[in-house]
Design a protein around this ligand. Structure first.
Ligand SMILES: O=c1ccn([C@@H]2O[C@H](COP(=O)(O)OP(=O)(O)O[C@H]3O[C@H](CO)[C@@H](O)[C@H](O)[C@H]3O)[C@@H](O)[C@H]2O)c(=O)[nH]1
Ligand SMILES: [Mn+2]
Length: 737
């Protein structure tokens, strides 16, 4: 596994170094595992000695909670056994590979809704990659528009024109921020040149945003008959996002379109696949498979980059960094993909919603990279096209040989032959009775198609590499309201459970296919939502018992008290250290653990419920696209680090309930302690309630102090207060033991 010393061609293109902290991690894992065993022993004694049904039930709830926590702890150890650090040296690339030998790349950008994903942002993403420091004629950008919208098409027609100025501008001035919006909001040098290009950008932006505001492209924006014809495809009878024929448009052709300096432009192709209400479209995975085939019919590049519409390129050298791994035969001979972390711009200082997902996108991947490679996270990932056609040693031939990864396209991309094949493979019935989605392409069956696809590829024997350069390769938007954040993780929860409880569960199939540690890493995510159980139990049970004056934890100074302390401080402490060591701050870590607690009774519980409903065939939400719109007011509050509630969502109810209950319990607990002089018996319960209060501060503020529109809706506060009353009522029937 440790391959730092493998011979490499000189000069080196990349290096790998295991982190020293792995030794400490392993030692700590052994100590902590023994503590878990002692805790279980303590639990079993308590269960055996419980005298009443009620005390048995409470002990049992706590025991199951701790079993879940221990299981999740065991899965996180896989990430800690061998974390590695990699470096690439793109400056050496051209000594090894001539620029003219760089392989061609197809870049896929997905968008699904022009009102949640502003077309001007999608355009920015596309322009940022079209301007890669890479031979332009080897780049092809394919935009998938699941929103089937003339607004997106219009935005890209404009982008094609502006791109002819933007791409050479970046190249000639050696610009680093090649996403126009990022460039124009940075501290750039004011020259006549930049002022001119800024004006062009602003004029494009105004037209595109104007069209979105109107909801349609006005006649005055349409410059030519050809443009009118393109847009007329959307204006046929019964055309809707859910029901329409395929629309494929070559907006730039690298063979014929040149930029303002006469150099070739990259290909830019717009694709909106055929949709029919009666045919399942498999959301993003379906869109990506259409792009796989459409791109095969046109360019069939051996390397594919997938991007979400909000993830713009922040480093023009990224494609070259990837070549550093793909050209040298590294220690990963079966490397199928290279994943860059999802990183974000515009986070507030404390990252109140923990949108950074540091563990998911940065800490855990270096752990998996030290095993057999990291998971696929949906965006910022470069694949070899070959991985979508079977395992490394068992190639699966697609139904049409023209789609095979080795096939060389020698026909013009705007020729009739290519176009008719492209429309054919973008048809909504094309995949019927085929291997697409099951053995070929991106895999269907989970709402987290990224996680699932990467997982299945790794089970087949493909490996991967995690590349996390210090300048982020891609930057994306974060949701800025709590409900968007919770809905996003709710969707992930549904998708993850779909994998966890499928016949390909990492626990069974995964461990057999890729070994215990890799299997455990994937199981960690598959069972992510089960964290809801211990979090909810710990949020409610100790407080209710405290209010009733029932001690449920060991007394201070009892040996098992120290066990509890060690387990809490040990797990939290290690988590905090890991977080801060990956370029984190204490403040952001605090937000991160708070969001973990918040997700428990909300996203995770509701996600699990939705999963169960789905299993029983009841209608569910599907892929609810996260909004990337930055409205002024919520944006302002987000930047000030204030939580945004605003809507009366049922997901807020358990959270507000726990917040109120913890506060009441803490105050009630003080009374109990003073009355009974029993501080020692209730210390842990007081501590838990107090910890709950510390984490609930934004909730109290939102329920009581705030008057702005983002406050907690009165309805939610009212319902939660009633619920606390109800819970307390039920608890009062419980006899004191
Ligand atoms: O029917 C659909 C639904 C979504 N998308 C696109 O999928 C991407 C991700 O959607 P988003 O709403 O931003 O979801 P997130 O939860 O932010 O995305 C994370 O989780 C998804 C899986 O749930 C992955 O696909 C993403 O890559 C990953 O960043 C966007 O570009 C969408 O346009 C489609 O193309 N078609
Ligand atoms: Mn997203």
């Amino acid at each position: 596994m440790n391959t730092a010393t493998m011979p490499q061609p000189t000069p080196p293109l990349h290096s790998l170094r295991p982190l020293r902290r792995r030794h400490l991690n392993r030692l700590f894992a052994a100590v902590y595992a023994s503590a878990i065993l002692s805790l279980f022993y303590h639990h079993i004694l308590k269960l055996l000695h419980s005298t009443t049904l009620v005390s048995f039930f409470m002990s049992f709830l706590l025991f199951v909670s701790d079993v879940v926590l221990a299981y999740m702890w065991s899965t996180t150890q896989a990430f800690r056994m061998n974390p590695v650090h990699r470096q690439v040296f793109p400056e050496n690339l051209q000594k090894v590979l001539d620029r003219s030998d760089f392989p061609a790349m197809d870049i896929f950008i997905c968008t699904a809704d022009p009102f949640k994903e502003p077309p001007i942002d999608v355009v920015n993403t596309a322009l940022s990659v079209m301007a890669y420091d890479y031979p332009t004629e080897k780049l092809s950008v394919y935009v998938s528009d699941d929103g089937g919208s003339e607004l997106t098409m219009f935005a890209f027609m404009e982008a094609a024109k502006f791109g002819k100025q933007w791409v050479p501008f970046c190249r000639e001035n050696n610009i680093t921020d090649r996403c126009p919006d990022a460039f124009f909001t940075s501290n750039y040098a004011l020259t006549p040149n930049t002022t001119e290009i800024k004006m062009m950008y602003e004029s494009m932006k105004m037209k595109v945003e104007g069209a979105v505001e109107e909801g349609k492209v006005k006649e005055e924006y349409i410059c030519s008959e050809e443009e009118g014809q393109v847009l007329s495809q959307y204006r046929i009878k019964d055309f809707s996002p859910q029901n329409h024929p395929s629309v494929i448009q070559i907006l730039l052709n690298s063979k014929t379109d040149v930029d303002s300096t006469g150099a070739a432009m990259p290909n830019l192709i717009y694709v909106s696949r055929e949709k029919s209400k009666s045919v399942p479209h498999h959301f993003k995975a379906g869109a990506l498979n259409v792009l796989l085939r459409v791109s095969a019919s046109m360019t069939n590049s051996p390397i594919i980059l997938t991007l979400d519409c909000d993830m713009y390129s922040n480093d023009p050298l990224t494609a070259q960094r990837v070549l550093c791994y793909l050209t040298s035969r590294s220690n990963r001979p079966n490397c199928g993909y290279i994943q860059f972390p999802q990183r974000y711009h515009g986070l507030n200082k404390a990252d109140i919603y923990a949108s950074e997902h540091k563990r998911l996108f940065r800490t855990n991947p270096i752990g998996m990279d030290g095993l057999n490679g990291t998971s696929y996270v949906g965006t910022g990932c470069f694949f070899r096209r070959r991985v979508f056609f079977g395992a490394p040693l068992s190639y699966i031939e697609p139904e049409n040989p023209e789609l095979a990864p080795e096939h060389i396209v020698d026909k013009p991309i705007n020729g009739q032959e290519v176009l008719s094949l492209a429309h054919h493979v973008a048809g909504c019935n094309y995949e019927n009775r085929s291997n697409w989605g099951s053995k070929m392409g991106f895999r269907y069956g989970s709402l987290v198609e990224d996680y699932y696809t990467g997982y299945r590829l790794q089970c087949e024997g493909w490996q991967s590499i995690f590349c996390d350069p210090s300048r982020p390769a891609f930057l994306g938007d974060v949701p800025i309201t709590l409900i968007d954040v919770l809905n996003q993780t709710k969707r992930w929860s549904v998708g993850l459970l779909e994998v966890g409880f499928s016949k390909y569960s990492p626990l069974t199939f995964g461990i057999r296919a890729m070994g215990v540690l890799m299997g455990q890493s994937y199981a960690h995510y598959a069972f992510w939502p089960i964290w809801s159980f211990p979090i909810t139990v710990y949020a409610l049970l100790p407080s209710l018992a405290l209010l009733r004056g029932i001690p449920i934890f060991p007394k201070v100074y009892e040996p098992s008290f120290f066990l509890y302390m060690f387990m809490f401080l040990g797990a939290y402490g290690q988590d905090c250290v890991d977080f801060i060591l990956t370029q984190g701050t204490f403040q952001r870590w605090w937000s991160d653990q708070r969001m973990w607690l918040i997700r428990g009774p909300s996203s995770f519980v509701f996600g699990t419920t939705e999963y169960v409903m789905k299993r029983f065939g009841m209608p569910t939400h599907g892929f609810n696209v996260t909004s990337k719109v930055m409205d002024d007011e919520p944006s302002k509050r987000y930047n000030q680090g204030v939580f945004e509630f605003g809507v009366a969502s049922p997901m807020f109810v358990p959270l507000a309930t726990a917040a109120i209950l913890n506060l009441m319990a803490f105050l009630g607990g003080l009374v109990v302690i003073l009355k009974e002089r029993s501080f020692g018996s209730f210390f842990i319960q007081m501590f838990i309630a107090g910890f709950g209060i510390m984490n609930s501060l934004p909730f109290y503020e939102a329920m009581v102090l705030r008057r702005d529109i983002g406050r907690m809706p009165t309805k939610t506060t009212f319902t939660s207060t009633l619920l606390v009353g109800l819970l307390y009522g039920i608890a009062s029937f419980v006899p004191k033991i």
